[in-house]
Design a protein around this ligand. Structure first.
Ligand code: SF4
Length: 439
């Protein structure tokens, strides 16, 4: 594709289409997550969770499977106007309070992801992630538009260079579905700012700094871009000799799994090693569709990790987190980071205490496979970078050695290795060579 044509390819505009108002009331149906047959159907055919099927039947009765499973149809029919929410949900007073307000993070939800939102329960975890409430209007102390100082660490537009050997490449400001707690709420939704000129200058910057061996393409959500746009960037980066790995940060497998199709996977396979940092928040996001998307990416040879944000009343619970991580592993996604929620304006109702975060991690370590235990980190405000937050397993030193508390709160001692100088000084076993055999 020529450069001019590339620049002209834009994501689908917000839809003005409104769904049918004719919706029966009903309780949320829960997914049968544990059936391998459900996860990995013997015959490849389009399957939909029961809950999504019911939703489609109610709100999109005339829409064919072909349209529903077309990611561009999903993008074109996003729910973007607050007043349209009333067609799908019984809104609480706190949700209604922001309906007429401006200057809040843009609203956008794919029809698919809306099918996972509980119709009447405003405490539903998935609902809390994407439906605005008046709490967003409350700015707490210390909350900043750019708490991580990404703008200050940006040498050229669209590049954040904080750590010496890796950069963040912001390819788009567009997401198919906006998370209400988004760290980049200051820039998401700004579609005009990104394009071929910015991508080219970002690639030029990387080309001129041979320390950069790892590039994370993020945004916004890069998987909302066309294959041609995405390939233009990936191909350009792959042509830079010192770029060893390319990573893509995306929430698409959770909110727009239809995007992960054969054509995309075939394109990505050409540029290995390509990694993906996915964004899953709650076990309810691990549906047949999203698992299938992850499995397709894994089959394309893409190692995946999930970056989960710790969110109050959504996933700050040991059992929910364990469940989420187990399901991610079943979908061949390694739980990678558990983030303390960043202090962006209006995030106070999402942020939970660090004590709670440590409690969640302690509920995992030793209680499940190590692969199911992400690293709990805080991205330090002011650009300090990701810093691990660890439970205090290490208790200190005694004459017997180093003392540790295990996952059951029992104490154990690890004996220090003898100091070779001390042994020799005491004339204890002088005939032994410490590197191995007897002299
Ligand atoms: S998908 Fe990522 S960039 Fe987009 S709104 Fe959610 S957290 Fe922000």
């Amino acid at each position: 594709m020529k450069q001019q044509e590339l620049a002209e390819v834009e994501p689908e505009p917000p839809s003005s289409w409104s769904p049918s108002l004719n919706r029966p009331s009903g309780k949320k149906q829960f997914h049968n997550f544990y059936s391998p047959e459900t996860y990995f159907p013997a015959k490849e055919k389009t399957q939909s969770d029961f809950i999504t099927s019911c939703f489609r039947h109610k709100h999109y009765p005339g829409v064919s499977d072909k349209s529903w499973n077309d990611w561009r149809w999903q993008l074109k029919n996003r729910i973007c106007r607050a007043k349209d929410l009333e067609s799908y949900l019984t809104l609480s007073s706190r949700e209604k309070a922001v309906m007429s307000m401006e200057n809040i993070l843009p609203l956008s939800i794919t029809p698919y992801y809306m099918s996972l939102v509980h119709e009447t329960d405003y405490k539903d975890p998935v609902r809390k992630c994407v439906i605005p409430t008046e709490y967003e209007l409350v700015k707490g102390p210390g909350e900043k538009e750019d708490p991580l100082h990404e703008d200050q660490d940006s040498p050229v537009p669209g590049i954040v260079h904080r750590y010496p050997d890796r950069v963040l490449f912001l390819a788009t400001g567009f997401c198919s579905t906006y998370c209400r707690y988004c760290t980049r709420s200051r820039i998401v939704g700004q579609r005009g700012a990104y394009g071929i000129d910015r991508w080219n200058s970002g690639m030029e910057y990387i080309k001129n700094d041979n320390r950069v061996r790892d590039v994370l393409i993020s945004g916004g959500d890069p998987l909302t871009m066309s294959d041609e746009q995405l390939e233009y960037i990936i191909k350009g980066l792959r042509a830079i000799k010192h770029v060893e790995i390319i990573r893509i940060g995306s929430k698409v497998p959770a909110v727009l799994p239809q995007r992960i199709n054969r054509k995309l996977c075939a394109m990505l396979k050409k540029y290995h090693p390509v990694f993906m940092s996915l964004h899953f928040t709650h076990p309810d996001e691990l549906t047949v569709e999203s698992v299938k998307a992850c499995v397709s990416l894994a089959d394309a040879g893409i190692p995946m990790g999930s970056q989960t944000v710790l969110l109050k009343g959504i996933n700050d619970d040991q059992e929910i987190m364990k469940n989420l991580n187990h399901r991610l592993l079943q979908a061949r996604v390694r739980p990678y980071y558990l983030y303390q929620c960043d202090p962006v304006p209006g995030s106070g109702h999402f942020r939970t205490t660090m004590e709670k975060g440590l409690e969640v991690i302690q509920g995992l370590r030793g209680h499940t496979s190590g692969y199911a235990v992400p690293q709990y980190v805080i991205d330090l405000p002011g650009g300090g970078g990701k810093t691990p937050v660890l439970p205090d397993y290490y208790q200190g030193q005694t004459i017997q050695g180093q003392v540790f508390k295990n996952f059951e709160n029992k104490l154990f001692v690890y004996p220090e290795a003898p100091d070779p100088a001390g042994i020799s000084g005491l004339n204890m076993i002088t005939s032994y060579d410490l590197s191995g055999g007897e002299q």
